[in-house]
Design a protein around this ligand. Structure first.
Ligand code: EPU
Length: 336
């Protein structure tokens, strides 16, 4: 185990922000991680780096979680129970599951990041959230190097939210995640408009897991930038929830405003629509901007700094508040 000095983190974050880690170590096993945490407490954890915006050099020891491995814990007639180590790439895991005919996460194809971070923001897309298939999450407590286990309910999952983003932020390292997936009688979730249309276009009436995954991949590729080509962190903001009263007022002025009912008196509106309507979609400012096909995604075209992108986000928040009286909440973890 060797600590390196002055390492660029550009290739370790999907935004492609070039900041340095004063000290950096990659751990490839649970025990290595435990050893490091015995002596180092002021640490900065980095897994897939797919949901963070780095704004300056990191003074703490950066620990890159690169623990690989998938194990099947048990199986019954209808389900398989798996535990997957934190450093496995999420999309590769999804594709592997499809090749084994394990169902439940096909709608979550092509989401950047690693398995170990998927519970933190409860990744979700096209009508499925990862909380639907997680049985438990294993972690190490930073202060004590003790092993912890969280049941699904202990994770306190919410929309792009969990206990790991709140009271346990900075206190634990997620080391593996356990899933319950279907082996047969898969419950495909194709009701999301774009998936249905994509399958119809291909004349697929009885879709397989692979068909659904391919449809999702096609949809995502058509509007979301590939972080390998254009730095980004997916949706930069959460979709805000507003009161029905507030929504009715907006609808009078903007008759086409899309909406999803959350409860009798609450409505979710797509932040992408608000940002597009405010005129930001496709706007480029030097090396950074708002993606041309999905206004919810802020992008780094090359050498933007985290500060540039954060300032743009703040500008967008300001304009959205002024125009729609809505406070947009940032979804990405901004490292100040
Ligand atoms: N829209 C616009 N302009 C835009 C983008 C969207 O008008 O630039 C409108 C669309 O026309 C549609 C509505 O907004 O009426 C919703 O758009 P979309 O279906 O693309 O979904 P989203 O609300 O923008 C959410 C997630 C995505 C996820 C998709 C699909 C959040 C913050 N984002 O986006 O998640 O892939 O639904 O389920 O909930 C991510 O979290 O990184 C992410 C990409």
């Amino acid at each position: 185990m060797q600590i390196s000095e002055n390492i660029s983190l550009k290739k370790y974050n999907t935004f492609g922000i070039d900041v340095n880690a004063k000290r950096f170590i990659a751990v490839t096993s649970f025990y290595e991680l435990q050893e490091v945490l015995k002596t180092e407490k002021d640490v900065f954890l980095l897994s897939g780096g797919s949901n963070m915006l780095l704004t300056k050099d990191i003074d703490q020891l950066v620990i890159h979680i690169n623990i690989k491995g998938i194990s099947i814990d048990s199986e019954d007639e209808n389900h398989v129970y798996l535990t997957v180590n934190a450093g496995e790439d999420w999309h590769e895991f999804v594709i592997w599951c499809i090749s084994q005919d394990y169902g439940g996460i096909e709608n979550l194809s092509l989401i950047p990041g690693n398995v170990g971070t998927c519970p933190i923001q409860n990744i979700g897309a096209y009508g499925v959230e990862v909380k639907d298939v997680i049985t438990k999450v294993q972690a190490l407590e930073i202060d004590t190097s003790k092993k912890l286990e969280f049941s699904n309910s202990a994770c306190q999952f919410g929309y792009r939210n969990s206990i790991f983003k709140n009271e346990l932020k900075g206190k634990v390292v997620l080391t593996s995640v356990s899933f319950k997936l279907t082996k047969n009688a898969h419950q495909l979730n194709t009701s999301y408009g774009a998936i249905e249309t994509e399958l119809q276009d291909q004349n697929i009436t009885v879709p397989t897991l692979e068909d659904v995954s391919n449809a999702v991949i096609k949809i995502r590729q058509s509007k979301l930038p590939d972080p390998k080509q254009i730095g980004n962190s997916g949706s930069f903001f959460k979709n805000p929830v507003i009161s029905s009263e507030h929504f009715n007022k907006l609808q009078k002025k903007y008759s086409k405003i899309p909406s999803y009912k959350v409860s009798d008196d609450e409505i979710k509106v797509p932040a992408g629509w608000l940002i597009e309507t405010a005129g930001f979609k496709g706007k480029r400012f030097g090396d950074f901007g708002v993606h041309e096909k999905q206004a919810l995604v802020l992008v780094n075209y090359g050498n933007a700094s985290g500060k540039d992108i954060f300032e743009l986000a703040q500008k967008i928040q300001e304009v959205i508040l002024k125009t729609f009286d809505i406070t947009l909440e940032i979804e990405v973890n901004v490292i100040p």
